[in-house]
Design a protein around this ligand. Structure first.
Ligand code: F6P
Length: 347
């Protein structure tokens, strides 16, 4: 559903009208959205950015996954960290680009008149992939930020406090840096999209209650990995490729941007199934994508839009995380297709 131009609420107005979003969570969402508007400005300047050597290209370092960090990965990470610190409502943050969590102490030891130390900390934990699909930066293809918000413990936050299943997320979303800059958000009551009015630097509600059709004729997978897949994925994809000549009885089309955020946005817009299965290249790792700041927020959004998301066997949102940068196989999107491929894994 698209609201008419004169009905468009901005993000602040929209959040203030939602009865399920406490004021400090609204504040955090605004802080994240402002940080992403700043990142959007950097992405948009590309080679014009005022940074020695330009903004495009490698930062000359690697993240904890062993992936080359781009300058824009680091800049985006710093912008989100600064916004999270300033928000004053976080207990800790975690990012794809940081090996460990970043705990925050809001009051840095307020000492009371009795001499006792009275530490305070915020109510939330923020996780993010500051720039997903960053291999697309140089080729000027859409990339994005993905984020997930959990509630925090009452005492000093540790990595163990982040180990909450995706069902416990209180909000999740992504921002797409494409022809338009879009924020797609859920707080557990459907999925709504906001477009950044770049001239006025304000997010306007442009799509309400996004909905993923249960059936689709479109799939997204990196076909070059075919020889490494397990049998259920081989079976499912061979049927999609055979199309009308298989038991499926219809032809399928394929799309692969190699930026999860962009592939998932296409699915939230017109349906489809996105897959990054585990494969034989790294048998000790259950897939390429990260559970806590990629698969969980995307699964929350997809389910809120009426789709489904599994690791082939289980609902992703039910998985109990065991470490911050844990990986997971992902099958998400149109419900009937996700059920079909999950069924093949369970047979
Ligand atoms: O975060 C990892 C990621 O960049 C995803 O955004 C994307 O879906 C995937 O990797 C692309 O992987 P590949 O390069 O194997 O196609």
């Amino acid at each position: 559903m698209t609201p008419s131009i004169n009905q468009q609420k901005n993000l602040k107005q929209f959040l203030s009208l939602q009865s399920n979003i406490p004021a400090d969570l609204q504040h955090l969402l605004i802080a994240v959205s402002e940080a992403c508007a700043t990142i959007s400005g950097h992405v948009g300047r590309g080679a014009l950015a005022d940074i020695a050597g330009g903004i495009l290209g490698s930062a000359g370092s690697e993240n904890v996954q062993g992936e080359v960090q781009k300058k824009l990965d680091i800049i985006s990470n710093d912008i989100l960290i600064e916004a999270g610190q300033r928000s004053g409502v976080l207990a800790a943050m975690a990012s794809e680009e940081m090996d460990e969590i970043l705990p925050l102490d809001l009051t840095s030891d307020l000492t009371s008149s009795s001499g006792s130390s009275d530490k305070q900390q915020g109510n939330y934990l923020l996780l993010f992939d500051p720039l997903d699909g960053s291999s697309n930066i140089e080729v000027n293809v859409t990339i994005g930020t993905i984020f997930s918000i959990l509630t925090a413990p009452k005492t000093d936050a540790t990595e163990a406090d982040f180990m909450q299943p995706g069902t416990r997320q209180v909000a999740a979303g992504y921002v797409l840096y494409g022809p338009q800059t879009l924020l797609v958000l859920t707080t557990g009551d459907g999925v709504n999209a906001f477009t950044l009015d770049r001239e006025n630097n304000v997010w306007l509600l442009t799509q309400e209650k996004l909905s993923i059709p249960a059936d689709t004729k479109e799939f997204a997978i990196n076909m070059s990995n075919q020889r490494h897949w397990e049998a259920p994925v081989q079976r499912y994809i061979s049927e999609l490729l055979a199309g009308k000549t298989s038991a499926r009885g219809k032809d399928f089309n394929m799309r692969w941007v190699a930026a999860m955020v962009t592939d998932v946005h296409r699915i939230l817009t017109r349906g489809g199934i996105f897959m990054y299965p585990r494969d034989a290249r790294e048998p000790d790792k259950p897939g390429k994508l990260r559970l806590m700041y990629e698969a969980n927020p995307m699964s929350f959004l997809v389910e809120q839009a009426g789709g489904a998301s599994t690791n082939g066997k289980q609902r992703i949102l039910d998985l109990q995380p065991t470490k911050l940068h844990e990986r997971v196989a992902v099958f998400l999107g149109s419900k009937n297709e996700v059920e079909q491929v999950t069924g093949y894994h369970l047979e």
